[in-house]
Design a protein around this ligand. Structure first.
Ligand SMILES: NC(=O)c1ccc[n+]([C@@H]2O[C@H](COP(=O)([O-])OP(=O)(O)OC[C@H]3O[C@@H](n4cnc5c(N)ncnc54)[C@H](O)[C@@H]3O)[C@@H](O)[C@H]2O)c1
Ligand SMILES: [Zn+2]
Ligand SMILES: [Zn+2]
Length: 469
């Protein structure tokens, strides 16, 4: 929540200082018109700028508003949040606070949240059905400040991490632990079913096709199904250690589980972003003998090596030739695509074609890495795909996958299935997930951090935002 002084700065473009200073401080009150539309100017306010409806609408219209009630209103009902406004355009806006809408909801005050590689697909305009003003952010933790009447497993003041998948805990899929396939949490299921056959679960801050839920790169977050998702964090575990239970640690771990690793296996992992980093460490935890990590960004390759992987720099080496050389021509037992729909290809013919097709709407996904993983994987091996794909990929070598007898496993992560066992791993000291954090920042820095993360500037690997800092 902001102080009035802070608000004066923030509202420079929304509501002029003239409004607060002249009308409230000088005249003591102003009259709110009985009807108020966004963009209208209130003659009483004598502002040359339009006034944001979201600020004024919750006040009783047609009434006299004094400084005290205005201040109370502002301090109670507005927050700062990172909003999507179009391709390449994310901004910190002032928006209404979230409210309890259902007895299974909770409201949490965000203490830490992170920017994910999946957010970059939104920034870069890959994910359909985004709307201007959508609040982003699906890696969230915070303090419980309000609870719906049916949430009995949490208490006000609890410190919780929130899975990015919103799951009911009761449907056929949730009962099988397939939480990202929950049948009941996407209010726009019909839209998703048109694109995918059936709808997956709703996700925080990830398009209207996947539920239209506001994300948590904000001061506050409404958490639906709060009796199922959030996990309480003990005081002995820091925010930086716990936060990634919301997504990338379970995602890297599930990628390794899906890779069906046998003791001593060789696992190749494309992408040394945060997901790749957790996949490397998880593969080793699950018994891999060797992990070969592929990327081109030196600091990411160095972090992979620190985590126990051998490296391949795809900008300098032919990945297929190198993997065949290192595996006695057999190929890796498992291949993990931790890159997804925005793979770069360093001039490889198929990657150039992908770019052209994506730019001209002939395909949505750039599948260079998936092609390579299928071609490199040993016969009867497994290709695990945690990388996000959004729509249609072109020229995937299905013939190679079929004739070599590959198993392909993929999915949005069933986060709720992994939070508790992985928290135990953290408490036992098997892994300290804070290793991945390179850029702690404030929420106000988020737009600049999105661009830094996208462009891989300044050594950024993982940004953690702290609203209010
Ligand atoms: N399945 C899930 O539930 C889930 C959850 C979180 C993230 N994801 C997805 O996982 C992927 C990785 O996420 P992240 O946060 O690590 O993203 P990131 O963008 O930080 O990392 C991607 C990495 O891939 C590398 N890369 C690009 N082209 C490559 C190529 N041809 N070969 C090898 N490496 C290449 C980039 O240099 C970068 O380091 C994204 O697609 C993200 O959407 C999926
Ligand atoms: Zn994510
Ligand atoms: Zn369910």
């Amino acid at each position: 929540m902001q102080t009035l002084a802070g608000l004066l700065g923030y509202f420079d473009n929304l509501i002029t200082k003239c409004l607060l200073e002249h009308m409230l401080l000088e005249h003591g009150s102003f009259h709110l018109p009985a009807s108020f539309e966004a963009g209208h100017q209130c003659s009483e306010i004598r502002s040359i700028r339009p006034v944001a409806k979201s600020l004024v609408a919750p006040l009783p219209l047609g009434t006299l508003c004094d400084l005290a009630s205005w201040r109370r209103h502002l301090e109670k009902t507005i927050m700062r949040a990172l909003c999507w406004h179009g391709k390449g355009d994310v901004r910190i806006d002032t928006v209404p606070d979230p409210k309890i809408q259902h007895p299974r909801d909770a409201i949490i005050k965000i203490t830490a949240c992170a920017i994910c590689g999946s957010d970059l697909h939104l920034l870069d305009g890959y994910q359909p059905t985004m709307e201007s003003g959508d609040i982003l952010g699906h890696e969230n933790m915070g303090e419980v400040i309000e609870l719906g009447s049916e949430v009995t497993n949490l208490k006000i003041g609890d410190r919780v991490v929130v899975p990015f998948t919103i799951s009911c805990g009761q449907c056929w899929f949730c009962e099988k632990g397939l939480f990202s396939c929950c049948d009941r949490t996407n209010p726009n299921a019909e839209l998703a079913a048109k694109a995918m056959g059936q709808s997956p679960a709703g996700l925080f801050g990830f398009s209207h096709m996947l539920g239209g839920y506001s994300g948590g790169q904000a001061e506050y977050l409404r958490v639906p199904m709060a009796d199922v998702g959030p996990i309480k964090i003990p005081d002995t575990v820091t925010d930086e250690q716990a936060l990634f239970l919301s997504d990338i640690f379970p995602t890297g771990y599930m990628a390794a589980v899906n890779a069906q690793i046998e003791p001593g296996d060789t696992v190749a992992i494309w992408g040394c972003g945060p997901v790749g980093q957790f996949a490397i460490r998880s593969a080793l935890m699950l018994g891999a003998g060797r992990v070969i990590a592929i990327d081109e960004v030196p600091e990411r390759l160095a972090m992979a090596e620190a985590g126990g992987a051998e490296n391949v720099d795809f900008s300098k080496t032919d990945v297929y030739d190198e993997l065949m050389k290192r595996t006695g021509k057999r190929g890796p037992d498992s291949c993990i695509d931790a890159v997804g729909c925005e793979a770069s290809g360093h001039g490889a013919a198929d990657a150039v074609l992908d770019k052209v097709k994506a730019a001209t709407f002939l395909a949505t996904d750039r599948v260079h890495v998936l092609r390579q993983a299928i071609m490199c994987c040993r016969k009867a091996g497994t290709v695990s795909i945690p990388g996000v794909y959004v729509g249609l990929g072109d020229k995937i070598p299905l013939g190679a996958a079929m004739n070599k007898g590959l198993t392909i496993k993929t999915g949005q992560t069933h986060v709720q299935a992994y939070t508790k066992p992985l928290l135990q791993r953290i408490e036992a000291g098997d892994i300290d997930p804070s290793f991945v954090v390179t850029h702690p920042a404030s929420l106000e820095d988020a737009p600049a951090m999105y661009k830094k993360f996208r462009d891989k500037e300044d050594g950024v690997i993982k940004v953690v935002l702290r609203p209010g800092s």
